[in-house]
Design a protein around this ligand. Structure first.
Ligand code: PRX
Length: 634
């Protein structure tokens, strides 16, 4: 029984939501039945937020790869398409049926076994968005090896540190990569540099993607195609306990050392699978596309594990939104008749900025649902997405979640929850968000703001930071005992809708008022001509903090007094005069990490005129941007 089959109104959502909280264990027991288990669990959950000990479906045995592949084939769907792969160049795509994918996964699983990879061993996957990445993920899951995917744009030093932190035994990479205009991303070369200082790596498996010549060490390195040339195409899935680790995924922390977020098998898969079906209203036969990279949690949960466990056709894209032109996303939607499209607001802003001519010559009528993730979406891009892409015909799901949460926690239920642009709306079934004061008191009622925390566990919750359980407790559970602390701020409006205001370290205290940087950015974004804005606080004698805004204008526009005043008026109108920026800098673009997050730390320094101590800027997608911004101020 699918929950949204019976829910066609907000009232019904509220009733079902209440039930999911009141009888949480029954609720999740029922949801876990959607998967095939070798052995049923004997206890639904045990969670202790003081010790950071969380377990779900205790005693159960399951295999994630079996649930994503074999069982669909056993049910007669082996010839359905599992993955559509769209290459960097428009004329380059491939597809894999469930039968074909199972064969490839099994072969690679056997190749890993031949290299002595065993249940519990860690395998690092450092690749671009090529089919072999998804195959390797599922192959690890099949034999119980723990995958650690490292985003393909990370440097060799970052790769080295991540490999060493989790002591991976094997590294899988590719010769070189292509991404947009970049025709030669030196993956193997970076891997070579990294493995000079990774004593745990015994073997490096290399996919031949471009055919560019690369150095192969005859002791350590093996071509992927050779590794699978002499293996059986059948591989029995390993029976995993619910709480056996499935993967580690590194995410940045406030200390600079990345955190190895660890997810386990049973609970994670139940959560990814169930949320994927409900939030994206996934129906068999739909073509579903999430534009994220598999190097991030969104790719793990909503390109691979969620969709494939639901027998979806999931699209995987190697390229970028602006290659060969700004119409590429929409061309792919038309080419493959995509029904659900899930992307990040940063991509939408970049595309919106280029105008509608890239969209107007596309059909886009296959689209039934649009989603966003990763940062607050502001009203202008929400409206553009809804009107220009969705033709006012597609619900938009603004999904709030984190690497740590494994899956979506706050989201509209499509066609059920009336949306408000910029609000992630209400908690998903089984999720209990609360707003806390700085002292950890729960803030009740509506029309309030506070720190966002989650009461009680959910199956997709991370289980530990790999190798550092103490840090896990310190970061997420010590500050507010009894809660999982998200690190985000949020407000609950008078109708009970949640609005994520950004990381709490991005909340500014201006003359005693708490102001979310995201709120100010939203207001600035509504001024005519603004493409994107980032807001930081700088130290101010009287106000404590004053606001400095970095603003990028639409292509072709030059800053002038009119735009300047419109920005101030917009902030005054949307928030109040206390939130007006004291400084506005017009810049050619904003410094972003490779995952599209604005690095406010750098802007903070620039806003204080401290150009010499900007700290590490190597994780920026384009470190050169910093110089451009500084020279635009001079
Ligand atoms: O600040 C929130 C923001 O992204 C953070 C999580 O980042 P990461 O672990 O990289 O995972 C991103 C993909 C799930 C959150 O703490 N965030 C994520 N989704 C939203 C969001 N902020 C506002 N609205 C969202 N929909």
């Amino acid at each position: 029984m699918k929950i949204n089959d019976n829910i066609d109104s907000l009232e019904k959502y509220k009733i079902s939501y209440k039930k999911s909280i009141q009888s949480s264990e029954n609720f999740w027991d029922e949801k876990a039945e959607r998967l095939n288990w070798y052995k049923k669990w004997n206890k639904t959950k045990s969670s202790d937020f003081v010790k950071g000990e969380i377990e779900w479906f205790i005693g159960g045995e399951i295999n994630a790869s079996y649930n994503c592949l074999d069982r669909h084939i056993e049910n007669g769907f082996g010839n359905e398409i599992a993955i559509i792969w769209e290459g960097n160049d428009p004329d380059h795509s491939r597809s894999f049926t469930y039968n074909e994918l199972l064969k490839k996964v099994s072969e690679f699983a056997n190749a890993l076994k031949d290299l002595n990879v065993k249940k519990g061993d860690r395998v690092c996957l450092y690749m671009q968005m090529i089919p072999e990445l998804a195959i390797a993920v599922l192959a690890c899951a099949r034999i119980g090896a723990v995958h650690s995917v490292v985003f393909g744009a990370f440097s060799s030093d970052s790769l080295r540190d991540r490999i060493n932190d989790s002591k991976c035994k094997v590294l899988v990479t590719q010769d070189t990569g292509v991404r947009g205009e970049k025709q030669n991303i030196f993956m193997k070369k970076n891997a070579d540099n990294a493995v000079k200082e990774t004593p745990s790596i015994n073997h490096v498996i290399v996919v031949r993607r471009t055919g560019e010549p690369v150095h192969m060490d005859n002791k350590k390195d093996i071509w992927w195609h050779e590794a699978i040339s002499n293996v059986s195409s059948k591989c029995k899935p390993e029976k995993m306990s619910s709480e056996d680790p499935l993967f580690i995924l590194y995410t940045s922390g406030s200390t600079g050392k990345p955190k190895g977020v660890m997810h386990t098998t049973g609970g994670y898969l139940v959560y990814a699978s169930y949320t994927h079906e409900i939030v994206f209203d996934y129906k068999p036969g739909d073509i579903y596309w999430c534009t994220a990279d598999l190097g991030w949690i969104t790719g793990h949960s909503y390109i691979v594990y969620g969709p494939l466990s639901n027998r979806a056709t999931t699209l995987m894209f190697e390229g970028v939104p602006n290659y060969p032109d700004y119409g590429r996303f929409w061309e792919i939607v038309d080419k493959h008749k995509v029904n659900q499209f899930y992307t990040a607001p940063t991509a939408l802003r970049a595309l919106m900025k280029e105008g509608n001519k890239w969209v107007n010559n596309k059909d886009l009528r296959s689209l039934r649902l649009l989603g966003t993730v990763g940062e607050p979406i502001k009203e202008p891009e929400w409206n553009w997405y809804s009107r220009i892409i969705g033709k006012n015909n597609c619900p938009i799901v603004d999904t709030w979640w984190q690497t740590e949460t494994g899956g979506i926690l706050i989201t509209p239920i499509p066609n059920v929850t009336p949306t408000k642009p910029g609000s992630a709306t209400f908690p998903f079934f089984g999720i209990e968000p609360v707003l806390l004061t700085d002292e950890g008191e729960e803030i009740l009622g509506n029309n309030v703001s506070g720190l966002l925390a989650i009461k009680n566990s959910w199956p997709g919750q991370m289980r530990t930071i790999y190798g550092d359980h103490k840090r896990f407790i310190d970061v997420y559970f010590s500050k507010f005992p009894g809660y999982y602390f998200t690190g985000d701020g949020a407000k609950r409006d008078r109708d009970g809708y949640y609005w994520i205001t950004g990381r709490v370290d991005d909340i500014l205290c201006v003359s005693g008022h708490n102001i979310g940087t995201a709120e100010v950015e939203g207001a600035i974004g509504k001024a005519n001509g603004v493409a994107e804005a980032a807001v930081v606080g700088y130290t101010h004698d009287v106000k404590g903090h004053a606001i400095c805004a970095f603003v990028t204008l639409m292509t072709g526009l030059e800053p002038d007094d009119m735009i300047y005043n419109q920005i101030l008026d917009s902030v005054t109108k949307e928030i109040g005069p206390h939130a007006k920026p004291d400084k506005i800098h017009f810049t050619p673009s904003l410094p972003k990490t490779r995952s599209g997050k604005i690095m406010r730390r750098i802007l903070r320094k620039i806003s204080e005129g401290d150009f010499e101590n900007l700290g590490d800027i190597t994780t920026l997608a384009d470190p050169g941007i910093v110089k451009d911004i500084i020279s635009s101020l001079r």
